[in-house]
Design a binder for this molecule. Structure first.
Ligand SMILES: [Zn+2]
Ligand SMILES: [Zn+2]
Ligand SMILES: [Zn+2]
Length: 466
């Protein structure tokens, strides 16, 4: 191992720049950019975790996406560290990490540059890209340190407790745009004021709100029908009815305990109906349990649309819509598609949906930069002119254009797309040297047998005809 300023270079067959870091003092986070991967020593747990958090909370893609492995000889790596890393290894041998490393490395290379100043879009982009390159579900972990009891390790790094609501909003937005698909894990009850899960549930007196209650069983004596608190029946070691003076024998036979009754130590009020309240340990708000926020905690996986979005990079929709005149944003497109399916159900007609996608090596798109963007704009313009005025046009990213053609059949749309395909291919070949970009198309019938999700997944996944 050669000594460098940034940990020690790990010897690999593949000549990748992988560094082993065990001394966390004076580390320069920017150096992460020059490495292909890192192995962090867990011997100093705190420092290891702090540095890992620093990496994952960055907004610079070549920092937050870097594959990071944790070196630990014992099986004692905490959940949070484990979750933010790409695995725990027991040695610096390449075999111990190369499998996971290669998968992530390949996936990172599929990503196209994307930039936006919109903070929410940057976080959404980051979440999609992180989980796309990891091929993992975005799963919550429980932690007493987490404000809501559950935390999403990567996403949570960007939110203070006070911004919990914004974090949920971001997740819901990704779900609404169908980039991610939820799987239920649990439900939590959170303070209606601050979203904390650290709550103190207790019954209070319905008259004076005191929590100082004496709870006891209510006794119902069958023989004489007397109903009174248990304490009224107790006489030494026995239970004797205060009304008929008979000895109580067996529960269920001569008496039972139908419910609880409380006596308020503050105001003396007796009642069977207490009120359940929750006091928040974080902000001290006392609230009726009905006022608590109920939130489903899911884990999420990327949909096909989400994977496309991860590769191409998200941009604010308004900007894209302005960039591509005549095109609508993807969420608007989805709404159109849903309406179209409903319309077809009632009219019995058929419409068609199609896709035109460019398969370009991402390095090429990145290298060409603005020139590539201009070609894409020309393609968008071309698609608009070659389609009908009634067609709905959209895009998922720079490489994937979608079209809904109402009352048009699949074959006709296919032939329109075929013509566009030929011209676009010509346009690409004449504008970009050694373009190596292929244009694929596919069309499908919109009938009432498939939902909009299924339709979009279908045209995106099955190999489009060349
Ligand atoms: Zn009271
Ligand atoms: Zn009695
Ligand atoms: Zn609170």
């Amino acid at each position: 191992m050669a000594i460098t300023q940034f940990g020690k270079r790990v010897q690999t067959q593949s000549d990748k720049e992988i560094y082993f870091i065990s001394d966390y003092r004076d580390l320069d986070i920017k150096k992460v950019v020059i490495s292909d991967g890192l192995i962090l020593d867990y011997a100093d747990k705190e420092a290891c975790f702090t540095f890992l958090k620093l990496i994952r909370s960055s907004f610079i893609e070549s920092i937050y996406l870097v594959p990071v492995f944790i070196l630990s000889l014992n099986d004692d790596v905490d959940d949070f560290t484990r979750n933010l890393s790409d695995g725990v290894v027991k040695s610096l041998q390449e075999e111990s990490f190369e499998g996971s490393f290669n998968v992530i490395y390949q996936r990172i290379r599929q990503l196209q540059t994307s930039d936006t100043n919109d903070l929410v879009i940057r976080i959404q982009n980051k979440v999609l890209r992180y989980y796309y390159t990891r091929q993992r579900r975005m799963a919550p972990i429980t932690s007493v340190k987490a404000h809501t009891g559950y935390t999403y390790p990567l996403l949570g790094l960007h939110y203070q407790n006070a911004n919990t609501q914004d974090m949920f909003k971001l997740i819901d937005e990704l779900e609404a745009k169908e980039y991610i698909r939820p799987r239920y894990e649990d439900i939590v009850h959170l303070c209606g004021n601050c979203y904390s899960a650290f709550l103190n549930y207790r019954e209070v007196c319905s008259k004076c709100n005191s929590t100082d209650l004496f709870m006891e069983n209510l006794i119902h004596h069958f023989v004489c029908a007397k109903v009174a608190p248990e304490s009224d029946f107790i006489s030494g070691n026995q239970m004797i009815c205060p009304k008929c003076n008979k000895l109580l024998h067996h529960i269920g036979v001569d008496y039972d305990k139908p419910s609880l009754v409380y006596t308020c130590n503050n105001c003396g009020h007796h009642s069977q109906e207490s009120v359940m309240e929750a006091a928040c340990f974080n902000c001290n708000t006392v609230q009726n349990v009905d006022a608590l926020i109920e939130r489903k905690i899911n884990n999420y996986e990327l949909t096909v649309i989400g994977e496309e979005a991860a590769m191409g990079g998200l941009a604010p929709e308004e900007r894209r819509e302005a960039e591509f005149p005549g095109f609508v944003g993807f969420s608007t497109f989805n709404i159109f598609l849903k309406y179209e399916i409903e319309r077809i159900k009632s009219t019995g007609k058929a419409s068609a949906i199609g896709v035109l996608s460019l398969k370009a090596p991402s390095t090429m798109a990145n290298n060409l930069g603005i020139k590539y963007q201009n070609v894409i704009l020309e393609i968008a313009d071309f698609i608009k002119n070659a389609t009908l005025a009634t067609d709905i046009l959209s895009f998922i990213n720079n490489n994937t254009f979608l079209i809904v053609s109402p009352d048009n059949d699949k074959l006709r749309l296919e032939s329109t797309l075929g013509n566009i395909q030929k011209s676009v291919q010509k346009l690409l070949d004449s504008n970009i040297e050694d373009a190596n970009i292929t244009v694929k198309i596919k069309a499908s019938t919109i009938d009432n047998s498939k939902g909009h999700n299924e339709l979009i997944n279908d045209i995106l996944t099955t190999n489009p005809g060349a």
